[in-house]
Design a protein. Structure first.
Ligand code: IPE
Ligand code: MG
Length: 225
């Protein structure tokens, strides 16, 4: 979710106004994905590098998160949406940590959709953490495999992303789900996140359905299946 700041600045507004509009876009996109039956949605809300932003912006982002959770967790429970946090929850401020833990336990039984919020998340740190956890679990070197490794990531038990969308014109991964995105389709749009609504989502999905995914095979092999 990129471009909140630029969206606001283009309108002569403070960056925080862009983040508020961005939170509205989150509601819209979650609702539409739930309606479409998309079983897993991950939103990159705060990277471990985002701590480098001005203090006031970081605290505005965390206030918005708290407000968002207060409103959305009861709704997620009603709509059978499970909340999962990808990232270092312990490194978040206490009120947000508490609200997230509460949200995760309240929705742990929900099955219609999983909403992953990547918060205080970095892909390389996740990989190092997984390696450390495997070693701590006492796994012998021969037991290491790609599948096993995936069990020690924040996304354990979930499928790899089919589609990765980045808004606002930037075309890079920014330390996002590095292990999991090995075969994801990438979609970049100039649309700023606050303007990413139902229409833009459908356009991204249409683009995805037009892609031919070969997973390293030749087109002939795919056609023969
Ligand atoms: C994305 O918008 C929101 C977060 C990273 C939390 P940005 O704040 O990155 O917006 P730009 O890139 O400055 O426009
Ligand atoms: Mg940005």
């Amino acid at each position: 979710m990129d471009g909140n700041g630029r969206w606001a600045q283009a309108r002569g507004l403070a960056r925080v106004e862009g983040h508020k509009a961005g939170a509205e876009a989150v509601r819209t996109v979650v609702t539409e994905c739930r309606k479409l039956g998309i079983p897993h949605l991950t939103l990159y809300a705060f990277s471990s590098e985002n701590w480098n932003r001005p203090k006031a912006e970081v605290s505005a982002l965390f206030s918005l998160l708290l407000e968002f959770l207060g409103k959305e967790i009861p709704r997620m429970e009603r709509e059978d949406i499970r909340l999962v946090v990808l990232g270092d929850v312990d490194g978040l401020p206490l009120p947000q940590r508490t609200a997230l833990r509460h949200g995760m336990s309240r929705t742990a039984h929900c099955r219609s959709m999983t909403l992953n919020l990547a918060l205080n998340y970095g892909g390389r740190a996740e990989i190092v953490r997984a390696a450390r956890r495997m070693a701590e679990a006492g796994l012998a070197p021969g037991d290491y495999s790609e599948e096993r490794f995936a069990d020690y990531l924040y996304t354990a038990g979930q499928p790899d992303p089919d589609l990765l969308v980045r808004t606002s014109g930037e075309q890079r991964l920014s330390n996002y789900l590095l292990f999991q995105c090995a075969y994801s389709e990438f979609y970049f749009t100039p649309v700023a996140w606050p303007d990413f609504g139902v229409e833009a989502l459908h356009e991204a999905l249409r683009a995805f359905t037009g892609r031919s995914r070969r997973f390293g095979k030749t087109q002939e092999q795919i056609d023969a299946c």
